[in-house]
Each structure stands twice: as structure tokens, then as C-alpha cells.
Design a protein around this ligand. Structure first.
Ligand code: UDP
Length: 482
């Protein structure tokens, strides 16, 4: 009974998109492994994505729970059942605005849960600016989760404060991100489209509200580890003056095969079959190609990727998201699967990504630089081909290629909301070879392996992330004791 009274209880409220829900679930498990009671709040159609993993955690004595609140799709004019934001669903800004409007209506049901369960802290996604007020009503701290690197948080803030992109003459003229360590160069083309808009939209208003509300929170939890980006973690805290705790890589809390195989969704391939295929390959001989949960390439682009992979001569696992328009397999060059039989594996749908990346046969990763994927690649110690599309992916690319020097850019130059800048087969084939074979590949691989080891040490007892997480838990416990 005594320990029950003392147990800290934290609510986690992830944004409804896989790239946000997956690390939040890991985070909740991680806190629970450190003795905290955790509850994830989500909506009916998002809960099944992680109910199994929660059930398994509970069965092994890890205190994670789910609470469900209804998503008001109909109330804002969204189709019934529309509960997650995956831009590839062919949506325009009007749908995105409606979606954010719907999320703002979640304040009331969330407050009812806060009233009922009286947690000690609310960790809510950056996309819920109103969560700060909700936590304030119950006099509990609110922490923010952005789901990206210190590096990208710093770039975003420096661009906002100094606006170097408004001082160049053209979209292609490079500029250096002011004040940021490392002389990081970007161009206007690689920045999100809304940064260039002078007119306020619902989305930019929400981002502004998010920033303002963040200033009133108790800090930020970052899925990263100190050794990976020490200068930027320091810059964020000391120069930008933000309070932050680094607690990652959170994906490393998944130790069992089932947990690795079922992050986010049930994989479209049997995990044992996938492992068997990889077991038959030599170490570092397979390149893993996956563009996260939302990227939606055209058939023409998929065809170039296929031909590029074939040209590279490397063995591969290629994950192709199945969306309307590509079920007919028109995206595959004729005879491709016969020619690459045994050499290549196409996963249509959802891959057990962490399980694949961690396999010794995997020697490289072609990624869109979503932060989760990037950090999973780092943790697995593999060099990467960077192929950013949207969001803050062009910033993560810079971290991988220019700062960490564990990757090569495929050469995309333009931020595009969904579909991506076109890359031809030659570019694909060439960069895949660069990260897989030869001296440069070996250099990058050895740097990547060292970082992978550091990542694992960071989350082990007394590692940097382990200690920062404990410091946060202690701070929250003391606060409650006041
Ligand atoms: N993921 C996966 N299987 C897939 C595609 C994605 O397990 O087939 C996971 C991946 O491991 C990562 C997350 O989905 O944890 C994607 O997040 P990320 O930040 O990389 O990109 P986003 O999907 O948000 O663009």
C-alpha cells in the first residue's frame, strides 16, 4: 500500500500519427520500467495500434494503461473514422485544419480524465498547445514532446529568430544557420513551405500557439541521447534557454522480438520469416529501404527506386507502402521480382523496422530522415542514404551527413509536402553503393557502429539517458511532495 501511495503517475497524450504515437508508447513503457505508473490517452481507432504491446507489458508487470476518448470527426466535418493524420491520404490543408480543430476539442475530455485520475504530470505532444492550460487547471506540470532531435529543435528556433532565409536572393542560394554550432548550410528550397508564407494560416497559428504555450511549460522531453548531439543539446539548453531531458533512444526499450516486430502496426510479413531471410545473408550485405509511415511516392518514382536497387547490385529489403493507386503493381519494372529473387525482399505495407535494422546482415539504410527512423538507424549502427521529403527531415539529413558523417545524401533539393522530389535510378544506384561497399562505406560504418554502442550505453544503468530520465522522475516526485 505504501508504495502505491508514493508511485508517480504520468499521463502521455500523443498526436494521432504513427511517427508520434510509436515513440510515445515506447516512452510510456520506459517510464514504467523506471517504476512510474503511466497512462496513454488516445482515441478509439488509434488504441488498437498499441493495445497488444501494452497488454504484453502489463503481463510482465510493467504499469502502462490506456484511456480512450472519442475523436470528434463528425463535429468538424471529417469523415467518420478519420482519426489519424497521415498526409498521404491525399488530403489538402482544409482537411489538416479540420483535423487540428478536432484535436483542440479534445481538451474537455482530456480534462475530465485529469480530474478523475489526478496524475502528477502530463506529457503532451507539441501539436496540442492547449494542453498547457489543461495541466495548469489541475496544477500539474506539462512537458512537451516534439518527437525530433535537439539539432532540429535548434535549427527551427534559429531560423525563426534570425530569418536568414529572408536575406538570400534566391531559393537555391545557401545560407548558414546563424549562431548554431557547425556552420550548417541550408537553402530556402529545403525549408517547410509555411516558413515562406507571409499570410497566417490555421496551421501557422497553431504552430505559434504551440511555441508560446511551450514557454509556459515545465520543459521538453527529447528522444535522443547526449553523446549523439552534445553541442546541440548544450546549445538548446544554454543558448536557447530551454529546459530539456534527453531520454532516448526510446526504441531500445523493446527487448522482445514481438515488441520489436509490432511497433505501430502488425507487420505485413511474418517476423520469423523475415529473420530467416536475413539469417541467410552475410553481415552488412543487405540495404534496408523504408520511408516511414506517410511518404507516398508516385509509381514513376517507385520504378526508379526498383531499378536503382537493381543497378546497385546490393541485396535489399524494400518497404513499399500500399496506397490507392499502387495496388496494381504498375510501379514494378517488368520481371523485377524474378530477376531479384533471393536477393531482394519487398515488404508491401508495414515492416518490423527495428527488428530488421538490428539484424547483423543489414549494412545500410535508405531513409526519409523522419527522426524515429534516423535514431533507429543510429542505434543499429548503420550508415544511411538520406532522402528527406518534408517536415523537419532536411534538418535531420544535415545532422546525419554533415555533423555525424554517417550518411550520404541522395541529392533531393526541395521540401515537398507529400510526394517528394524526383530522384532517378542512377542517383539511387550510386548512393546505395557508396554506403554499402568500399572505403567510404567502411569509414561511415565504423563511425555508425560506435554511435550505436553509445546509444545502447546511454539507456543502460547510469548511462546519460538513463540518468536524465531518473533526474526527471526525481524532480517530478519532489514537486509532488511539496
Ligand atoms: N515504421 C515501421 N515500419 C514501417 C514504417 C515505419 O516500424 O514499415 C516505424 C519506424 O520504425 C518509426 C516510425 O514508424 O519508428 C516512423 O517514424 P519516423 O519519424 O521515422 O517517420 P514518419 O512516419 O513520422 O514520417
Amino acid at each position: 500500500m505504501g508504495s502505491e501511495i508514493l508511485q508517480l503517475h504520468i499521463f502521455f497524450f500523443p498526436f494521432m500519427a504513427h511517427g508520434h504515437m510509436i515513440p510515445t508508447v515506447d516512452m510510456a513503457k520506459l517510464f514504467a520500467l523506471h517504476g512510474v505508473k503511466t497512462t496513454i490517452v488516445t482515441t478509439p481507432l488509434n488504441a488498437p495500434f498499441f493495445s497488444k504491446t501494452i497488454e504484453r507489458s502489463k503481463n510482465s508487470g510493467v504499469d502502462v494503461d490506456i484511456k480512450i476518448i472519442k475523436f470528434p470527426s463528425a463535429q468538424v466535418g471529417l469523415p467518420e473514422g478519420f482519426e489519424s493524420l497521415e498526409p498521404s491520404k491525399g488530403m489538402g490543408m482544409d482537411v489538416i485544419s479540420k483535423f487540428f480543430l478536432a484535436t483542440s476539442l479534445l481538451q474537455e475530455p482530456l480534462e475530465q480524465l485529469l480530474q478523475e485520475f489526478k496524475p502528477d504530470c502530463l506529457v503532451a505532444d507539441m501539436f496540442f498547445p492547449w494542453a498547457t492550460d489543461a495541466a495548469k487547471k489541475f496544477e500539474i506540470p506539462r512537458l512537451v514532446f516534439h518527437g525530433t532531435s535537439f539539432f532540429s529543435l535548434c535549427v527551427t528556433e534559429c531560423l525563426r529568430q534570425y530569418e536568414p532565409h529572408k536575406k538570400v536572393e534566391s531559393d537555391d542560394e545557401p545560407f548558414v544557420v546563424p549562431n548554431l554550432p557547425g556552420d550548417i548550410e541550408l537553402t530556402r528550397k529545403k525549408l517547410p513551405d509555411f516558413m515562406m508564407q507571409e499570410i497566417e494560416t490555421d496551421f501557422t497559428k497553431m504552430l505559434k500557439a504551440s511555441r508560446e504555450s511551450e514557454m509556459k511549460t515545465n520543459g521538453v522531453v527529447v528522444n535522443s541521447f547526449y553523446e549523439l548531439e552534445a553541442s546541440y543539446a548544450d546549445f538548446y539548453r544554454n543558448f536557447l534557454g530551454r529546459k530539456a531531458w534527453h531520454i532516448g533512444p526510446v526504441s531500445l526499450c523493446n527487448r522482445r522480438i514481438e515488441d520489436k516486430a509490432e511497433r505501430g502496426k502488425k507487420a505485413s510479413i511474418d517476423e520469423h520469416e523475415c529473420l530467416k531471410w536475413l539469417d541467410s545473408k552475410k553481415p552488412n550485405s543487405v540495404v534496408y529501404v523504408c520511408f516511414g509511415s506517410t511518404v507516398n511516392f508516385t509509381s514513376a518514382q517507385l520504378k526508379e527506386i526498383a531499378m536503382g536497387l537493381e543497378d546497385s547490385g546490393q541485396e535489399f529489403i524494400w518497404v513499399v507502402r500500399l496506397d490507392k493507386g499502387n495496388e496494381e503493381e504498375e510501379w514494378l519494372p517488368e520481371g523485377f521480382e524474378e530477376r531479384t529473387k533471393g536477393k531482394g525482399l519487398i515488404i508491401r505495407g508495414w515492416a518490423p523496422q527495428v527488428l530488421i535494422l538490428e539484424h547483423p546482415a543489414v549494412g545500410g539504410f535508405v531513409t526519409h530522415c523522419g527522426w524515429n527512423s534516423t535514431l533507429e538507424g543510429v542505434s543499429a549502427g548503420v550508415p544511411m542514404v538520406t532522402w528527406p521529403i518534408a517536415a523537419e527531415q532536411f534538418y535531420n539529413e544535415k545532422l546525419v551527413t554533415d555533423v555525424l558523417k554517417i550518411g550520404v545524401s541522395v541529392g533531393v533539393k526541395r521540401w515537398v509536402r507529400v510526394v517528394g522530389d524526383f530522384v532517378n535510378r542512377d542517383a539511387v544506384g550510386k548512393v546505395v553503393k557508396v554506403i554499402m561497399v568500399g572505403e567510404k562505406a567502411e569509414e561511415m560504418r565504423s563511425r555508425a557502429k560506435a554511435l550505436g554502442e553509445m546509444a545502447k550505453r546511454a539507456v543502460e544503468k547510469d548511462g546519460s539517458s538513463y540518468s536524465d530520465l531518473n533526474a526527471l522522475i526525481q524532480e517530478l516526485s519532489q514537486r509532488r511532495g511539496r
